[in-house]
Structures are given as structure tokens and as C-alpha cells.
Design a protein around this ligand. Sequence first.
Ligand SMILES: Nc1ncnc2c1ncn2[C@@H]1O[C@H](COP(=O)(O)OP(=O)(O)O)[C@@H](O)[C@H]1O
Ligand SMILES: [Mg+2]
Length: 214
Amino acid sequence: MKLLSAKHISHTFEYELFNDVSLELDEKETIAIIGMSGSGKSTLLHILSTLLKSDSGKVSLFGEESEMLSKKRLSQIKRDDLGLVFQSHYLFKGFSAYENLEVASILSNKKIDETLLQRLKIDACINQKVTELSGGQQQRVSIARVLTKQPRIIFADEPTGNLDKQTASEVMELLFEYCENKNAGMLLVTHDETLAYLCKKVYRLENKKLEQVK
Ligand SMILES: Nc1ncnc2c1ncn2[C@@H]1O[C@H](COP(=O)(O)OP(=O)(O)O)[C@@H](O)[C@H]1O
Ligand SMILES: [Mg+2]
């Protein structure tokens, strides 16, 4: 079964960002989307994760067309099956990093995987308040939070943007392993071509079209 299928997606803000974009994501598949700043990568990820409605085209999740789903079913899918690592979906600021994971754990009824904390190198700072953490630490706590709920699809917008090269590739490795072990898929937006090419497929958003380059 396809985890996600998008067909003929077009979207315009002040100017047309892209048209007739189609894409499919399978289990255990990782896809990177690259492209220049302003090309519409984040907008496309918002559309694919159903946060934003496209001007035309359709997005299906787990074989169900998102527009046809009841509000209740769609929120259930978002809560249980979609994991968003977006800058705008930031952590609960008044809480500690660990409390943020606990919230995810309670909402999804899944245990916190303590080995994640070591893998993401956040075990030492896990009891600090989110506001005391560096941007890179917050990014890794966000990733731990998303993995805690064990989604079927991870949508990640520049998830390693604040990390050094070494840490970024370790985080990517963790995300790849997660997709492999949990039959999940990942859609990753990045400007880092080296990281992008670690994914199974790579698409470039350019001249309003999405073109597969790997
Ligand atoms: N909610 C919005 N309302 C109006 N314009 C937007 C909105 N979101 C993004 N844009 C515009 O769409 C263009 C593409 O933005 P974005 O998708 O963030 O590109 P990228 O992630 O590739 O840098 C930019 O010109 C941006 O200003
Ligand atoms: Mg962006």
C-alpha cells in the first residue's frame, strides 16, 4: 500500500509556486525534496501533510483521499500516523525536554524509547527547560518527540538545519533506521544536497515543476 499519493498538485500565493506536481511514497521509502529558497518546498510539504489545502490536485494518505475523510478521521490520522518536524511546530516552551516527550508518549500511548535519547545525544540535557536548550538541541528533541509517537509518515522540513555535519548525518541515519524498522516513510525537505542524496529518491522543485533527479 502507498503511504502517500499526491496527484496533479498546483498552488499559487502571490505567484504560481508549482503546478501538476505528483509524488508517491511507499513503506520504507525516504524521499528528499531540494530546490532554491522560495521555490515552494515548505508549501509543498504543508500540502502533502494536509496542513494546507492546495488550489488543485489531491493528496491520499494510506489509500484514502484526504478531502473525502471526515474531520474526525483526518485528525485521528494526523495524531496517530503523521509526524511533523517543522520549525513552526515547536516544542512546549514552558516544559522540560523530557516533559515534551512525555506529552507525546501519553497522547500516542507509546513508551518513550530511552535509547533515542543517547542516539540523539540529548540524554544530558533532557531535564532542562526547552528555552534553555540550543537550537540544535531543540531540533533533536523535536525529532525524539516525533519518533516517540511512532508515525507511519515523517514530514521533515530542514530537520538538521541547526546541526553540525557529523550530528546531522547521525540524525539522518536514525531516521532511516526508523523508517526501515517501522515500515514508515519520510519526506524530507533540505537545501543540503549531500544529505538529500542519502535518501532513496531525490526530487528537485524548479521552474514550477517537481523533477526526479535520483
Ligand atoms: N502562507 C503564505 N501566504 C502567502 N505567501 C506565502 C505563504 N507561505 C509561503 N508563501 C510564499 O511562497 C513562496 C515559497 O515559500 P516556501 O514554500 O516557504 O519556499 P521554500 O521552502 O522553498 O523556501 C515564498 O515567496 C513565500 O513568501
Ligand atoms: Mg522552506
